[in-house]
Design a binder for this molecule. Structure first.
Ligand SMILES: Cc1cc2nc3c(=O)[nH]c(=O)nc-3n(C[C@H](O)[C@H](O)[C@H](O)COP(=O)(O)OP(=O)(O)OC[C@H]3O[C@@H](n4cnc5c(N)ncnc54)[C@H](O)[C@@H]3O)c2cc1C
Ligand SMILES: NC(=O)c1ccc[n+]([C@@H]2O[C@H](COP(=O)([O-])OP(=O)(O)OC[C@H]3O[C@@H](n4cnc5c(N)ncnc54)[C@H](OP(=O)(O)O)[C@@H]3O)[C@@H](O)[C@H]2O)c1
Ligand code: SF4
Length: 641
């Protein structure tokens, strides 16, 4: 393998930041040191196809107007004004980019897109880079200039002032994770594109995609985001609907207004370690099983060393981890594919790529499409049907990548085509279960290893088993801190808090309690925890009991669902202690819920409504308004998934 490092100076903006690219076997594997995406994109492209550097002066309306070169011809830049605006805003502090800026797509025939602003006050140029070109462009009004150029990639009729109708949670009756996607789409029928896209999301606001649900939909509509498979929670169904909807962008149909330019708020490039697109490295330290003998669960307390910096967190935040597929499972896939594990794909072996880069979970539509080109007759019809989201044999939900290969046995796609048909391996989020104040340089997680059986084969969750079983002490893992939005301890340390978290939902509350202890907060703390059996599923029992003894935990309510004849859940404990809970609320308590979004969170909220009705003799409507008021005041916060 050949590997070398090439320094590169970006010309994407006046900052002209420098960095370097790592090139393995002629392909760019990493671009580092640049301050933003433009730099990274430029660097990668510069190696593949060096661009001619030019000084660009364009005379506009008789005067010189500096143009900002957009040094990437990736579709996201070419096709999207808003993406250009966003990227350029994020990189250039010296040249203000106004809402009525326009993209002059390759006005000078240089293979480089330019963006100009009538309000651009500062000028800059890049005189050291070769020839000077000049062009005369009348740029007022902007859309006429674009029409004259005839080079605009977006529709020339687009008005610079037009507003996109965006999605938000306020007018979104479909924003309920317990509703099936068919119902959500029916509710959003006839609404603007962003709202229909939002309805396709899994509605958990869990931020695994890097946005909340409305934010992801809006980013797609504004063409600031092009990945359609980020809603891991919604899975294939969501991706499939998004694929249909995204085709409406630029079609001139019902969604034409959605393609309009929108002056989005300046998006600063994410700091390293704070987003899935900009992860840092964390060193795996340890795992400790939290269940005792006889438990049906395998739940781990996991610790990472984050003392190298860049992964600082606040209690309530989540930790994003980039997992790796199980090597043995990868070997099974390769054997079924009948491929050579060492087959070179873009500078790494097929085996390495299958371990680190792609999802081997639910088989994507593209894989079935690939099979449909390789098989014939009835099998071809089935592959096509599966690619279109149909379920010809009633087994679609069980088809992970290996099962799909087995189903279309003998199809034998080429290794590279096979890889391309798979979805990328996405990071997973875990609620942080430690406080940095109590554990300097460390982050703790509480991870339930997902394992289940389908037919004759045991299946496993990628990330939870990677953390619980595979990653070795000292191994470095790509990770980031996902900041919580609306899941924070009260500013007032004297305010009482009620924390409801069965199962792994207890994770952030261990962190909250450690934090309240570390800062000496005087507010009372009430934890409601539940799981299957007291004997073997009481996570952190010693710690919580010690907190109760010390007085930090004023109340510890426990619900064991499988210890008696009848299931007892945390919401049953809430109802039993209804008058006490009502008193805490009257005294300003903040309520937190964490864990399962589909059933538990809904049932807990219902219990709170019932308590409001019973203890304050409120009508259902008043109780609903009361809980809504708590939410609005930030006194009812949920972190559910
Ligand atoms: C904000 C946030 C915080 C989170 N915090 C935690 C936490 O503190 N602790 C924690 O353990 N998890 C937490 N999660 C969940 C976590 O991110 C992962 O989703 C979880 O660990 C599973 O990931 P995986 O890669 O192991 O499984 P995947 O490979 O993603 O597989 C999961 C998929 O397997 C399938 N599946 C699972 N069980 C079954 C079954 N019984 N039958 C059939 N199919 C099944 C389902 O399709 C499921 O979607 C959190 C999620 C979010 C969004
Ligand atoms: N998407 C889902 O449907 C879903 C649901 C739960 C968990 N999960 C995932 O499963 C993994 C492990 O979860 P976990 O370890 O926290 O265990 P868990 O499966 O969530 O169970 C924790 C406790 O909650 C109880 N419970 C079940 N339904 C409830 C409800 N409606 N209201 C209140 N409590 C309820 C369980 O009881 P019983 O099991 O005895 O009924 C158990 O005692 C996590 O990755 C989580 O994301 C997913
Ligand atoms: S990943 Fe979570 S926040 Fe993002 S769209 Fe899906 S449900 Fe919503």
């Amino acid at each position: 393998m050949t590997r070398h490092v090439q320094p590169i100076q970006c010309i994407g903006c006046p900052t002209g930041c420098g960095g370097e690219v790592i090139i393995e076997n002629g392909a760019v594997v990493e671009a580092r040191g640049f301050t933003c995406d433009v730099g990274r994109a430029y660097a990668a492209e510069e190696v593949v196809a060096p661009k001619r550097m030019v000084t660009t002066t364009v005379r506009v309306n008789g005067g010189a107007l500096p143009l900002l070169p957009v040094v990437s011809d990736r579709p996201i830049l070419k096709g999207s004004i808003s993406a250009c605006l966003r990227l350029l805003r994020s990189v250039t502090a010296t040249a203000p980019i106004a809402a009525d800026s326009v993209v002059l797509a390759d006005a000078l025939g240089l293979g480089v897109n330019f963006l100009a602003s009538r309000d651009c006050a500062e000028s800059f140029d890049a005189p050291q880079w070769g020839e000077t070109r000049q062009a005369d462009v009348a740029i007022e009004p902007a859309d006429q200039a674009l029409a004259a150029l005839g080079q605009m990639h977006d529709a020339t009729s687009v008005s610079a002032e037009a507003e996109v109708e965006l999605a938000d949670n306020v007018a979104a009756p479909w924003h309920d994770p317990s509703l099936p996607i068919s119902e959500r789409m029916a509710m959003a029928a006839g609404k603007p594109l962003a709202m229909r896209m939002m309805a396709a999301m899994a509605q958990q606001d869990c931020r695994q995609c890097g946005y909340d649900c409305a934010g992801y939909a809006n980013a797609l509509v504004l063409q600031e985001e092009e990945r359609l498979t980020l809603c891991a929670t919604g899975g294939k169904e969501t991706a499939r609907v998004l694929k249909q909807l995204v085709a409406e962008i630029g079609s001139g149909g019902a969604a034409s207004a959605d393609v309009a330019v929108r002056a989005s708020a300046a998006a600063q490039p994410a700091e390293v370690g704070t987003s899935r697109d900009n992860p840092k490295e964390a060193k795996f330290l340890s795992r400790r099983r939290l269940n005792g003998a006889g438990s049906s669960k395998t739940t781990w307390h996991i610790e990472f060393d984050v003392s190298a910096g860049g992964l600082d967190y606040i209690v309530g935040d989540s930790f994003g981890v980039f997992p790796k597929n199980h090597p043995e499972f990868v070997d099974q896939v390769i054997a079924t594919l009948g491929a050579d594990p060492g087959h070179d794909v873009g500078g790494k072996s097929l085996r390495e790529a299958l371990i680190a880069d792609v999802s081997l979970g639910a088989a994507p539509d593209n894989l079935f499409r690939l099979f449909s080109y390789l098989v014939g007759g009835e099998r071809r019809a089935k592959a096509r049907a599966l690619a279109n989201g149909e379920d010809p044999d009633g087994d679609a939900a069980t088809l992970d990548v290996l099962a799909a290969l087995n189903k279309f046995e003998g199809a034998r796609p080429d290794a590279e085509a096979f890889l391309e048909a798979l979805d990328p391996l996405e990071p997973r989020l875990y609620s942080i279960s430690s406080s940095l104040k109590a554990n300097p340089g460390r982050v703790g997680l509480t991870v339930d290893a997902v394992r289940y059986r389908v037919g004759a084969r045991d299946r496993h969750g990628v990330a939870s088993t990677f953390l619980g079983e595979r990653v070795a002490t000292g191994e470095v893992v790509k990770a980031y801190v996902q900041k919580a939005h609306g899941f924070r301890l009260p500013d007032n340390p004297d305010a009482p808090v009620v924390m409801i978290g069965p199962g792994v939902g207890v994770a952030p509350f261990r962190a909250f309690l450690q934090e309240r202890q570390a800062v000496g907060a005087r507010g009372r703390n009430w934890l409601l925890f539940g799981h299957q059996h007291r004997r073997c599923d009481f996570f952190y029992e010693d710690e919580f009991e010690a907190m109760r003894k010390s007085g930090l935990l004023t109340c510890l309510s426990l619900a064991w669902s499988r210890d008696g004849d009848q299931k007892v859940y945390v919401q049953d404990r809430m109802r039993e202690a209804g008058s006490e809970l009502w008193r805490w609320l009257a005294e300003g308590a903040h309520v937190y819920v964490c864990g399962d979004a589909k059933r538990m969170a809904r049932d807990v909220e219902r219990a709170l409504l019932e308590i409001a009705i019973e203890h304050d003799a409120r009508s259902i409507e008043e109780a609903v308004n009361f809980v809504a008021g708590l939410k609005e005041a930030g006194r009812y916060q949920a972190d559910v998934y």
